[in-house]
Design a protein around this ligand. Structure first.
Ligand code: NAP
Length: 287
């Protein structure tokens, strides 16, 4: 062990990962591994199962071990804001973060890229979609719905109609996001589709293991763009029925792929492409 080489500093490779509880179901490690391989970047992205009570300690320690940032997922997306030193405007507006950057000055930077991923997916898969031309109908008012509302308002959507099983959560969105939000009763969710240019399922209904979303689609116009945030299965019963009614449909996988791109760029220094190769790699990685 007296070789002079052993005294040379060992260059560290950038590390990133995803923190959640549980985290085994996350597709993010497969997604980032694909990009790292494709661009020949020496780096790694690992899943980390972390309990809420350990989140602060873990975030404090990771930069010391060579981590440049992490994604956070359920149940840490909201609580991480209180631990961050810098919160972007969009993360503050949404009330949650999914992308953290460990800055060289030691500060923890928190951003939310879900709304960006939602828009980038629709713009890529339906390039002539013009959300500003008419109302959007949003089913659900949970964390993901908040990111969708912020993104649609920024895209100049004139009105966002929201129905949620727990009406109070939809009312809270109206109180926070303002007069362009119109709340419908859950039992009236089908009526809000009338004349909607954009229709979004932001509930977890229709996901594998959950009952399908049961909103009547009779009022849906064939010109509407219909999307589902659920991506397992890739085509939910909701999307299949909308497609059968002549609507253009976009699955939720692209949102997952696009929301990951800003983090990858900040951590590993290259803006990655979201294309069919990536979709295939991520689909092949999970059930
Ligand atoms: P969340 O905060 O837990 O919200 C869940 C939403 O689903 C709420 O609106 C909830 O209504 C509704 N819901 C749940 N069970 C229901 C039922 N039995 N009947 C009617 N409504 C029900 O979750 P989230 O983070 O917003 O995520 C929502 C979905 O989006 C999940 O499937 C998630 O995987 C998906 N997502 C996808 C992406 C992507 O990149 N594609 C990103 C984020 C999230 P209540 O308020 O009444 O409970």
């Amino acid at each position: 062990m007296h070789d002079t080489d052993t005294h040379k500093p060992i260059a560290s490779i950038p590390l990133a990962g995803v923190i959640g509880w549980p985290v085994a179901q996350s597709r993010s490690p497969a997604l980032h591994a694909h990009w790292l391989r494709r661009y020949g970047i020496a780096g790694a992205y690992v899943p980390m199962a972390v309990l809420s009570e350990h989140l602060g300690q873990v975030l404090h320690a990771l930069p010391k071990a060579g981590f440049v940032g992490v994604n956070v997922t359920i149940p840490h997306k909201e609580s991480v804001l209180a631990l961050a030193d810098v919160v972007t405007d969009r993360a503050a507006l949404i009330g949650a973060a999914n992308t953290l950057i460990f800055r060289p000055d030691g500060r923890l930077h928190a951003d939310n890229t879900d709304g960006y991923g939602f828009m980038a997916n629709l713009r890529q898969r339906a390039p002539d979609w013009a959300p500003e031309h008419g109302p959007a109908a949003l089913i659900g008012a949970g964390g993901a719905a908040r990111a969708v509302v912020a993104a649609l308002l920024e895209a100049q959507v004139p009105e966002i109609r929201i129905a949620n099983r727990t009406r109070l959560r939809a009312d809270q969105l109206r109180a926070e996001f303002g007069a362009r939000i119109v709340v419908y009763d859950w039992a009236q969710a089908g009526n809000m589709l009338d004349g909607a240019v954009t229709v979004v399922n932001a509930t977890s209904m229709g996901m594998v293991g959950k009952p399908p979303l049961r909103v009547p689609l009779d009022a849906l116009s064939p010109g509407a763009l219909v999307t589902d945030l659920v991506y397992n299965p890739l085509e939910t019963a909701f999307l299949a029925e909308a497609r059968a009614r002549g609507c253009r449909t976009v699955d939720g996988l692209g949102m997952l792929l696009h929301q990951a791109a800003p983090g990858f760029e900040r951590w590993f220094g290259r803006r990655p492409d979201v294309d069919d190769d990536l979709r295939r790699a991520v689909l092949a990685s999970g059930p």
